[in-house]
Design a protein around this ligand. Structure first.
Ligand code: AMP
Ligand code: MG
Length: 533
């Protein structure tokens, strides 16, 4: 694409489908009876594209050289709006850390419009950090480079891992400084600003429905819900095209099941979202809003990366399924004005437990390479979880290593656990008692494997495609951030490239599979993240 080539034509189904805010001025306010406000990105000093994801360029049906067109940097940096775009910020509310927070909305995200690819798939492009909106409350509408790198890389890493997620098209450095107090410790400092262009079929959250229900605005609630059904769940709509109470119940069931399966995928790869507020829950069942998320290094089910949540650890790794259900209950309450019958809502929510348990058991079977999921396997999984949590053991490394455990587990405990040696953070912490406990479990596992339909080759292949070798370890993201803040974006590209094939050995990239180095144990950005971004 040359500078003369016309830019792509955007569509605007969302803004035409649901009611918008009649006020055009960009000042902070409560927005009633509307799902969005039209708002234009605020220009930045000197937008420079630091990274793009070629898979997302392709997904959007754009030519690869689009990223070199002058309009691309200008548009993705918020300095120009193409004629067919209709930028807007969404209105939503949400429960934050368990408490109703009222109107939140896109305080720093601005959707540009929708692109339809050759397959007819529609994707929305959204800039995060493009300036204030009517929903910015006390915020500046901007995002810093460190959090933008984290969102850009993690969206793509999650996609390549097979976890449902929003995507990231581009990462643009703005040339402006943004002032943030990283740990809320009274030390604000200027940081480089950046903008990520996120891509998803929709960014509609539980909170979009909640705010309308909270305000008793059933008309707009129905319009938004019908839009969501038509555009994203068309298969649920009756043949005559008119959603009924049963259609809304079916929507709730579908969102419930998708959310359950999404969380199972998080658990599989050791992802901790960190801020599972209802405004950060996509109605499509995709991971959304990468803020103070983190990855388990050692398998510590009570770990959360989010220092803002350090007191209660509400969003710790093992709480995620329960919180997902709690959030779905809030979503269900929002749909109640359309469904009216509490028993129907409860029945839809009950699909969570069955869906979750089946998918969760299947997931752990896959991680251990077992073909048929049996109820009795739960005790095997629980036993492993307890052992892994007892001594600092790297989650990602240990599951790759388990694939190499031979069918005949040696009688000597130390020899039995030798294939897992690399996964321990401190060899000294592996006491004789622990070695015996782990070896005993390995023998149980070997017996279960012997009783499984999978051949050894099938088991190994299943484990290798379920247990990634490469995840976006917290310290890896931080190293890329430190380099980029010093002007070197190369590590972002290197990591993106590695994370494209997370299940492949990639021996030349083995350094990115190493367990957390000691310096990263308590370093801000690695083990401690806040909502300041
Ligand atoms: P989060 O915890 O990142 O999901 O954000 C919660 C709410 O705060 C959302 O409505 C965001 O749009 C808003 N928000 C976060 N950071 C900013 C910012 N820098 N400026 C304006 N609004 C923000
Ligand atoms: Mg959010």
């Amino acid at each position: 694409m040359t500078p003369e080539t016309p830019s792509p034509t955007f569509e605007r189904l969302f803004v035409d489908d649901v009611p918008g805010d009649p006020v055009a001025d960009n000042y902070r306010r409560q927005v009633l009876a509307a799902c969005y406000s039209r708002v234009t990105p605020t220009p930045v000093a000197s937008p420079r594209v630091l990274a793009t994801a070629r898979e997302v360029v392709e997904l959007l049906g754009l030519p690869q050289d689009v990223v070199d067109a002058p309009w691309f940097a200008a548009t993705m940096g918020g300095n120009s709006v193409l004629p067919t775009m209709a930028p807007y910020a969404m209105c939503y509310g949400g429960h934050q850390f368990g408490n109703w927070a009222g109107q939140l909305g896109d305080g720093r995200a601005i959707s540009l419009g929708e692109l339809v690819n050759d397959e007819g798939e529609r994707y929305e492009l959204q800039l995060k950090g493009a300036g204030p909106t009517p929903y910015s409350r006390s915020g500046d509408g901007r995002a810093v480079l460190r959090s933008s790198i984290r969102e850009f890389l993690c969206s793509e890493a999650m996609h390549h891992l097979g976890v449902p997620t929003t995507r990231a098209l581009s990462l643009v450095q703005t040339g402006d400084a943004v002032v943030r107090d990283i740990l809320y410790s009274g030390h604000p400092r200027p940081e480089p600003g950046a903008i990520v262009c996120r891509v998803a079929p929709s960014f509609i959250r539980f909170g979009n429905f909640q705010i309308l229900a909270a305000r008793g605005d059933t008309d707009t609630l129905r319009t938004l819900t019908d839009h969501t059904l038509r555009r994203h769940f068309a298969g649920l709509i009756p043949p005559d095209g008119t959603p009924t109470r049963e259609t809304y119940v079916a929507l709730l069931s579908e969102v419930t099941q998708r959310t359950a399966r999404m969380v199972v995928e998080w658990m599989r790869v050791g992802f901790v979202h960190g801020v599972m507020n209802t405004d950060n829950m996509s109605v499509l069942g995709i991971t959304i809003d990468y803020g103070p998320y983190g990855w388990l290094d050692d398998f510590a089910p009570d770990w959360t990366p989010n220092t803002t949540d350090a007191g209660n650890r509400r969003y710790r790794y093992r709480n995620q399924p329960g919180i997902a259900l709690w959030n779905l209950e809030r979503f269900a309450e929002a749909l109640l004005p359309l469904i009216e019958e509490v028993s129907l809502v409860e029945a839809a929510l009950r699909t969570f437990v069955g869906t979750f348990q089946d998918a969760y058991r299947r997931m752990w079977c896959n991680k251990l390479g077992l073909s048929d999921a049996r109820e009795t396997d739960d005790a095997l999984f629980d036993g492993l979880h307890e052992i892994l949590a007892a001594v600092e053991t790297d989650m990602t490394i240990v599951f790759r290593a388990l694939a190499e455990v031979p069918a005949e587990v040696p009688a000597d405990d130390r020899r039995a656990i030798a294939p897992l040696a690399e996964a321990f953070y401190e060899q000294a912490s592996v006491t004789d008692a622990h070695a015996t406990r782990l070896a005993t479990w390995l023998r149980r596992y070997a017996a279960r494997r012997a009783d499984d339909a999978n051949t050894d080759t099938e088991r190994h292949a299943l484990m290798t495609r379920t247990n990634p070798k490469y995840v976006l370890r917290n310290y890896l993201a931080q190293e890329a951030i430190d380099l980029a803040e010093a002007g070197d974006a190369s590590r972002i590209h290197e990591l993106l490239d590695t994370l494209r094939r997370p299940y492949d050995e990639q021996p030349e990239r083995a350094r990115f599979a190493a367990k957390r180095p000691e310096w990263a144990r308590n370093k801000p950005g690695c083990s401690m993240l806040s909502c300041s971004s």
